[in-house]
Design a protein around this ligand. Structure first.
Ligand code: AMP
Ligand code: ZN
Length: 143
C-alpha cells in the first residue's frame, strides 16, 4: 500500500497554479519561492490583490501549518504595500462555493478601501484596465 501524499493533487487545470508557474499571464507584484501576489483581473477596488501559495491547495486548511504561516507572511508584505495606495484595506478569504469561492486554489484578497460605501457588489466591478494595471505594478512591486 502506497503512502498517502500530503500534497493535495492539483486539478487538471488550475489557473492560479498556472500563474504561479508563469504559464499564464498576470500582473505580478510580489513573488518568492513559495508565494506570489498579483492584481485581481476583476477588481472590487483599485489595487485589489490576490496572494497565493505556489503549491496547490483548495483551501487554507489543506495547507500544512508552516505553509500557512509562509502565506500569511506574504499577506503582511502585500498589506504594507497596499498602504502605498490608501491607508485602509480589507483582507478576505473565501472557503467553499457557499462562501463565494470560485477559484479553488487558496488565495487571500487584499482590497484597498477608499471610502466607498460597499465595494463588494458585482455591479461595482469593472475589468482591470491595462494602463492602470501597469501603473499599479510599478507602485506595488517595488520592495
Ligand atoms: P474567489 O471568489 O475568492 O474564489 O475569488 C477569485 C478571484 O480571482 C476573483 O476576484 C476573480 O476576479 C479573480 N481571478 C480569476 N481569474 C483570474 C486571473 N486569471 N487573474 C487574476 N485574477 C483572477
Ligand atoms: Zn492550483
Amino acid at each position: 500500500m502506497g503512502r498517502a501524499s500530503p500534497k493535495p493533487a492539483a486539478p487538471a487545470s488550475c489557473i492560479f497554479c498556472e500563474i504561479g508557474q508563469h504559464r499564464a499571464p498576470a500582473y505580478v507584484v510580489y513573488e518568492d519561492t513559495e508565494t506570489m501576489a498579483f492584481l485581481d483581473i476583476f477588481p472590487f477596488t483599485r489595487g485589489h490583490l490576490l496572494v497565493i501559495p505556489k503549491r496547490h491547495a483548495p483551501r487554507l486548511t489543506d495547507l500544512p501549518f508552516p505553509d500557512q504561516a509562509t502565506l500569511l507572511r506574504s499577506v503582511d508584505v502585500l498589506c504594507r504595500r497596499a498602504e502605498r495606495l490608501t491607508s485602509d484595506y480589507n483582507v478576505a478569504l473565501n472557503a467553499g462555493a457557499n462562501a463565494g469561492q470560485i477559484v479553488f486554489h487558496v488565495h487571500f484578497h487584499v482590497i484597498p478601501r477608499y471610502g466607498e460605501p460597499n465595494p463588494f457588489l458585482a455591479a461595482s466591478r469593472a475589468p482591470l484596465k491595462v494602463r492602470d494595471a501597469e501603473e499599479l505594478v510599478t507602485t506595488l512591486s517595488a520592495p
